[in-house]
Design a protein around this ligand. Structure first.
Ligand SMILES: Cc1ncc(COP(=O)(O)O)c(C=O)c1O
Length: 393
């Protein structure tokens, strides 16, 4: 069994830091910012309230569930109530709960390739088989590609838009096509909307907004991790038809009992603060432009401008070819050792020849990281031209 390769990079960076190395990480899939003071204050108040010191309900705090239902109703245009929501330990746990509710051992779930490894991991953890589906040149899934991978055991597809690591946003026309395909074949859609707030083209639509009749076959997954810089608090949710919620509630009750109440109170405060994600998205849009422009200025790197999310996902195959690294993993290892800069190699996402670079960091960190990258690569440029000169001689 292998652990998520993204955590492996993060662990190596953390180990170097612990030894005193000045490592900058653009590897983590999380905002560098601290959680807002309002959320922290709400959590402190919650800790002081004896009501949070005792068991709560397995389905989750009803006030938080109502807030999540309202948020998802706003996105989907479909009415949801607190009864339709299960609170989970982050979006990843919500994805697991959805998957285990939907599949029997050996059932197949379609996931995007390139894609976030967590999607395949939750399917495996639930006893299923994750089937990678190749995305198009814009990293989007299509009904044709999905159908190509469909078998009698296909139960669900996990759709993530905006996506990680690609930032791909599926336009309404594509979502309609996927929804029609899912409906025709009785396949469930798990819509992972964790990056919904980070849409730089204004094209993000929830699949249910486009095709509301899919409501009985769709699970919407969300959470506060990315939008509110709360990855460590572990609060997410799934919003789904009653049979899925019943299964998820039972699983939570039999395992973790419920998500810690203090953390749920903190998440309530986050959902009452729509301004923080808007502010973050504004800053990320600016940083995205800076990072992508810099990367495209380096010979051998071709970086598409991501529509959403918080990552650049450049093709570095030209760089590997010209300067002699054997793989993206080799390059990422070299960057960490030489420039003390952590990025995630594309191999982690089924995309050799690319790297993932997070831009959800502050301006100073991003600028320093860019300088380190440019300096380190410039030194190899000199080396490789000296080597070429030597070879010519
Ligand atoms: C696409 C996607 N979904 C879900 C998650 C997990 O979110 P959480 O931290 O709330 O479990 C991540 C985290 O990187 C992600 O990239």
């Amino acid at each position: 069994m292998t652990d998520n390769p993204i955590f492996a990079v993060a662990a190596k960076a953390a180990a170097l830091r612990a030894q005193g190395a000045d490592v900058i990480t653009l590897a983590a899939g999380e905002p560098q910012a601290a959680t807002s003071a309002a959320v922290v204050e709400a959590a402190v108040d919650a800790v002081r309230d004896p009501a949070t010191h005792h068991y709560g309900t397995a389905q989750g705090d009803p006030v938080l569930r109502a807030l999540a239902a309202t948020a998802v109703a706003g996105d989907t245009g479909v009415p949801w109530s607190a009864d339709d929501v299960q609170i989970a330990l982050g979006a990843k746990h919500a994805l697991f709960l959805a998957t285990q509710a939907l599949i029997d051992a050996g059932d197949e779930v379609l996931v995007a390739a390139p894609g976030w490894p967590g999607h395949a991991e939750v399917v495996t953890a639930a006893g299923g088989v994750a089937v990678p589906v190749a995305t198009d040149e814009h990293f989007r899934l299509s009904a044709e590609a999905l159908d190509h991978c469909r078998t009698p055991r296909t139960r669900a597809v996990i759709l993530s838009s905006p996506g990680n690591p690609t930032g791909a946003v599926h336009p309404a026309s594509r979502l309609r096509q996927i929804a029609d395909w899912a409906q025709q074949h009785g396949i469930w859609v798990i819509s992972d909307d964790i990056y919904r707030a980070f849409d730089y083209t204004g094209t993000y639509r929830s699949i249910l907004r486009v095709v509301p009749r899919l409501r009985g076959r769709t699970v919407v997954v969300g959470g506060v991790s990315k939008e509110h810089a709360m990855t460590g608090w572990r609060v997410g949710w799934l919003v789904a038809p009653p049979e899925i919620i019943a299964s998820a509630r039972l699983h939570v009750s039999r395992t973790i009992t419920h998500v810690p109440t203090v953390n749920q109170r903190a998440a309530r405060a986050a959902l009452n603060d729509p301004g923080t994600p808007v502010e973050a998205a504004r800053a990320y849009r600016r940083r995205r432009a800076l990072l992508v422009e810099t990367l495209n200025g380096i010979d051998g790197i071709d970086c598409p401008l991501p529509d959403g999310g918080m990552f650049a996902f450049p093709d570095v195959s030209g760089l590997l070819r010209d300067r002699g690294w054997t793989s993206s993993a080799d390059l990422a290892g070299w960057l960490l050792d030489t420039a003390r800069l952590a990025v995630v190699p594309g191999e982690a996402f089924n995309a050799p020849g690319r790297i993932r670079v997070c831009f959800a960091v502050d301006d100073e960190t991003l600028i320093t990281a860019i300088e380190r990258l440019q300096t380190a690569l410039a030194s190899t440029e000199h080396e490789s031209s000296a080597q070429q000169l030597e070879e010519v001689r």
